[in-house]
Structures are given as C-alpha cells and as structure tokens.
Design a protein around this ligand. Sequence first.
Ligand SMILES: [Zn+2]
Length: 96
Amino acid sequence: MRPENAARLAQQPKDADLPGLGQNYCIQCARHFITGKALNEHYRGKVHKKRVKDLKEEAYTQKEAEAAVGFTTDNGTRGGVRKSAVQDAIMTDLDQ
Ligand SMILES: [Zn+2]
C-alpha cells in the first residue's frame, strides 16, 4: 500500500454509518472499531498480528513474481524487447 493511501485511510472523514464514526480503523484488516481502546486492543490481538504477517508474506511473493517476469522473457527473437518493456513497467510502478 502506498503511504498516501495509508494516510488517507487512517484519517477518514467522520461517517455516522460506520462503527466509531469511522475514526478507529485498522488498515491492515480493513476493520472499523467503535473506540480507540477497542482498536488498540485489536492491534495487540492474534487476528491483527496474523493479518500483518500474511500481508508481509504477500508483498514478498509479489516482489518475487515481478522479478520472475523480468527474467523469464529472455527466450529468443522478441525476448529483448519484451524484457525491457516489462522492466520499464516495473520501474514506473515503483516511482508512483
Ligand atoms: Zn488489524
């Protein structure tokens, strides 16, 4: 997740339809809590810690997948062109 998105999610406008007016939100679990205390308790809990761990593993897997794409296109006639296009796409993505 990009830092600006995280900041936006952490500072949502008050929404009467959400628990705690949407002011106690766990980004990783995409869950709202009624109070800041409930949110803090959630942060210390098993569910949240497992979710954070899973997210870290997902990010790692995604990185591996992108690296694999960059190295598997070297297969002959159009390989060179495709490889550089893929790497440009990855670089552009990282810059955002
Ligand atoms: Zn959480």
